[in-house]
Design a binder for this molecule. Structure first.
Ligand SMILES: Nc1nc2c(ncn2[C@@H]2O[C@H](COP(=O)(O)OP(=O)(O)OP(=O)(O)O)[C@@H](O)[C@H]2O)c(=O)[nH]1
Ligand SMILES: [Mg+2]
Length: 428
């Protein structure tokens, strides 16, 4: 019995060896396969050209002439000239910027305020920022939360960011009612705003968020290590490549604050913001800059606010400016006056009014080349050539810049800047 089993095992091994020998000897050179594929296309060029009605009987460019097969070692990047001449795919190789940019880095970080439940929306934003910019620069990313970040949030975001990631919990007293706030009065305001259907008008957490972004994020211990920040919110999009270091640009050009979209604020959310601002100006006239952008925020030399503001869900700015005496005095005035809770002051008008009044106008920059979306507005750079050169995928008909509710044209006028060529055609 044992002898028979051994005999069968020998036969099986011999059979297996035969199969292996046959397999090795029958595998042909891959170059032969490539050659025969070319021959196959050639032999079918008649049927392909039959669909073209512009050139009767003309073969597809390149398919007619005798050409050597594509050498394997060149890979897909070097196309035979026959294919380069066509206007079909594959397109001519269009160089991507280098994987990592050379040169020194600035002392800068991305910063995001988020809840654990925002993880997938912020993941989307990070991927956009990394693909279009940060994969080349590897800047850090600070995440801040009024609760502890959970493991999933940390794992997902750490995997996506090319720089270091840091996770901070916000101290309680930066995310709660200051002692001087009458909470019953604040609750009544929220009820009224709910009735009037003011957006986020009945939300307590939204108010803490706006107050935090107005006066605290730049003082978080994790932020103290940095001089520059780029704020990123969940579910934003970037539509064009950014092939230079935006932080370095800010530093070299003496910029302190920047924006991509500007618009008018809902009046119901900030009825007395300007009164508070005027109180600060009266107390600290020395903190109001000469050559500021008052004209951007007021049409009557400072008597009233025209509600123009930079949309702060995107910001690249200087943290030392926000941590400086003037901005801190301004924030303290607003905080004491209580409008974060008795109204619904947003951090966007707060940062904007501060930038407009305490910075020289040349210190505020419009990043035309950072194409951006945050629901519901898009900034898509004006000019076809620019969009092609920077591999933009935004639809220019969705550009908000020249819309009647945008304040960007006013920014150009205040700064004597020439409007970009073609802006009229892209006015919607
Ligand atoms: N940790 C924390 N983050 C918050 C809270 N509320 C908002 N945020 C974050 O604060 C930023 C602004 O909040 P959003 O809800 O985006 O406010 P918005 O941009 O005015 O409104 P949307 O149109 O909803 O985007 C985002 O980065 C949010 O993730 C909160 O209660 N806790
Ligand atoms: Mg948002």
């Amino acid at each position: 019995m044992a002898g028979t089993q051994r005999y069968i095992r020998y036969i099986l091994i011999a059979f297996l060896c035969l199969i292996i020998v046959y397999f090795i000897s029958s595998t042909s050179d891959p170059r032969d396969q490539l050659q025969s594929a070319t021959d196959y296309i050639k032999s079918h060029s008649g049927s392909l050209t039959a669909h073209r009605d512009d050139e009767d009987e003309a073969p597809l460019p390149g398919l007619d002439d005798e050409r050597p097969p594509i050498p394997l070692e060149t890979g897909a990047r070097t196309l035979p000239s026959a294919l380069e001449d066509t206007d079909t795919t594959p397109n001519k190789p269009n160089e991507l910027p280098p994987a990592v940019a050379s040169g020194e880095r600035m002392n800068a970080t991305f910063v995001t305020l988020a809840r654990n439940s925002d993880v997938w929306e912020i993941a989307e934003s990070i991927r956009q920022v990394e693909d279009r910019f940060n994969r080349k620069y590897n800047y850090d990313w600070v995440f801040l939360n009024d609760n502890e970040f959970d493991e999933q949030f940390k794992r997902v975001t750490t995997a996506l960011v090319s720089g270091k990631t840091k996770y901070g919990t916000i101290p309680k007293d930066h995310w709660s009612y200051p002692e001087w706030i009458d909470q019953d009065k604040a609750a009544k305001v929220r009820d009224e705003m709910r009735e009037k259907k003011v957006i986020y008008g009945d939300s307590v957490s939204y108010r803490h968020m706006c107050r935090y972004e107005s006066g605290f994020f730049f003082r978080h211990p994790l932020m103290l290590d940095y001089e520059w920040y780029w704020r990123v919110e969940p579910s934003i999009k970037l539509f064009c490549d950014i092939n230079y270091d935006t932080f370095k640009f800010m530093a070299e050009n003496k910029k302190k604050y920047s924006f991509v979209i500007s618009l008018y604020e809902y009046v119901e959310t900030i009825p007395t913001l300007w009164d508070s601002t005027k109180r600060w100006m009266e107390k600290h006239p020395d903190q109001v800059a000469e050559g500021n952008s008052m004209k951007f925020v007021s049409d009557d030399g400072g008597k009233t606010y025209n509600h123009c503001h930079f949309w702060s869900n995107f910001e690249i700015g200087n943290l030392n400016w926000l941590r400086g005496q003037a901005y801190m005095d301004y924030f303290d005035q607003l905080d004491k006056d209580g409008g974060f809770f008795y109204e619904r002051w947003g951090d966007a008008p707060v940062h904007s009014v501060a930038a407009a009044l305490m910075l020289k106008k040349e210190e505020i920059h419009f990043f035309n080349d950072i194409s951006y979306y945050h629901v519901p507005f898009t900034h898509c750079p004006t000019g076809d050539d620019f969009r092609m050169d920077h591999k933009c995928h935004c639809n220019p008909s969705e550009n908000f810049d020249w819309n009647g509710y945008s304040c960007t044209k006013r920014f150009f006028e205040v700064n004597d800047m020439e409007l970009p060529k073609g802006w009229q055609q892209e006015q919607h």
